[in-house]
Design a protein around this ligand. Structure first.
Ligand SMILES: NC(=O)c1ccc[n+]([C@@H]2O[C@H](COP(=O)([O-])OP(=O)(O)OC[C@H]3O[C@@H](n4cnc5c(N)ncnc54)[C@H](OP(=O)(O)O)[C@@H]3O)[C@@H](O)[C@H]2O)c1
Length: 349
């Protein structure tokens, strides 16, 4: 028998089996199954998940509309919990600690884009929708003390994406005017909270007037419903144009964002919920000297800075609704119906 090069340090119970939310194939509902608790490899930690959260990615994967699909899979990129075991002695200090997990795997350098080895927790490797998950110990961060597990689980993927988009890409300055599209989205709401904390003047769009009112209650100046015919004109009148626009919808409506941008503005997009750009005018973009910046998640430095920003400004993530993990299918239905305002969370412990 070959000997393992490390010893496993256990704190909590050493359980061979655990409950997990399993996706057996595309277009199938989630199933709650008893599966083997994952084994640790060198450099890894076992986290007992107290709460996990959905991202739109989980819905794309369930629909079979995502790159690198693989089934069966335990999804979940967001998790908050307690470290139960580690493989390496140097990581022993984590045992028993309350943590959140950085789901951006293998992006520890300052490369301008994620390296080839980059992976997102929860496909291809199993993720946080289980009683236990295994992650590199390097991806553990102390849970902000002002937040409970259900609030903290809302942070990782969306908070990181929002942070890189707003600060690393758009380089938002205090006093600038910002437009955030689709404010009911998990990432969009972090962008709102971060921009307000940075002292920006923030406007939003949404398909729901109620969500606009809720964004105003969180500090947005005003908003417009993207289903109304003149939403762009309303916004131009109210704001005078935007220094920074953060978008995840793309599609045909993106042309209006180009019109709403001030000369020299930065437009960052991290999603394509409404499909491809259509008839985008190069003349408008170069004449206004706009910067169009694509962004995806972020590196480990940005994750650490984002968590510190959340702590410094005592940001409380917008949690839409908390479901018991056994109710995962109803939880994700809420996302496909676009009724949510913020993050949809699953409670495990
Ligand atoms: N590149 C990355 O690293 C990265 C990271 C996270 C997410 N994403 C992508 O970004 C998108 C949002 O992700 P999420 O997790 O925040 O999703 P989410 O919580 O499900 O939010 C999606 C939001 O899209 C908005 N929306 C729908 N139609 C719109 C339209 N016509 N114009 C403007 N907004 C519209 C809706 O806002 P209202 O409800 O207010 O109408 C909805 O709440 C997804 O496509 C996701 O795959 C990419």
């Amino acid at each position: 028998m070959t000997q393992k090069p490390y010893k496993i340090y256990f704190h909590y119970e050493n359980r061979k089996q655990m409950k997990a939310i399993v996706l057996e194939n595309k277009e199938q509902p989630f199933e709650i199954k008893e599966v083997e608790t994952p084994e640790l490899q060198a450099g890894q930690a076992l986290v007992k998940i107290h709460a996990a959260a959905f991202n739109h990615r989980d819905l794309w994967i369930q629909k079979g509309q995502y790159a690198g699909l693989k089934y069966p899979i335990i999804l979940g990129s967001d998790g908050s919990g307690i470290v139960s075991a580690v493989a390496d002695e140097k990581d022993k200090h984590w045992i028993g600690k309350e943590v959140i997990i950085n789901p951006s795997l293998n992006w520890d350098d300052e490369s301008p884009a994620q390296p080839k080895s980059f992976k997102i927790l929860g496909l291809p490797d199993n993720g946080t929708f289980a009683e236990y998950t295994v992650v590199p110990a390097a991806n553990l961060y102390n849970k902000p003390v002002h937040l409970g597990h259900e609030q903290a689980a809302a942070i990782p993927l969306a908070g990181l994406t929002a942070y890189r988009s707003l600060f690393s890409k758009a380089k938002l300055l205090k006093g600038e005017t910002v437009l955030i599209t689709g404010i009911g989205g998990g990432v969009a709401l972090f962008v709102l909270q971060f921009a307000i904390a940075q002292g920006a003047r923030v406007f939003v769009t949404s398909g729901s007037n109620d969500k606009i009112d809720r964004a105003v209650a969180l500090g947005a100046t005003a908003g417009a419903n993207y289903n109304s015919r003149e939403w762009d004109k309303e916004l131009m009148q109210a704001s005078g144009g935007f220094d920074v626009i953060i978008d995840s919808a793309a599609g045909e409506g993106f042309n209006k964002l180009v019109d709403l941008a001030k000369p020299g503005a930065r437009i960052v997009f991290y999603g394509g919920t409404n499909g491809n750009f259509q008839n985008l005018s190069p003349q408008k973009i170069f004449w206004k000297q706009l910067s169009l910046l694509g962004s995806t998640m972020g590196n480990s430095r940005e994750f650490g800075e984002m968590v510190a920003f959340v702590e410094k400004h005592q940001i409380i993530p917008s949690v839409d609704k908390v479901f018991d993990y056994t109710d995962a299918q109803n939880a994700i239905s809420r996302m496909s119906e676009r009724t949510q305002f913020g993050k949809i969370v699953l409670r495990f412990a």
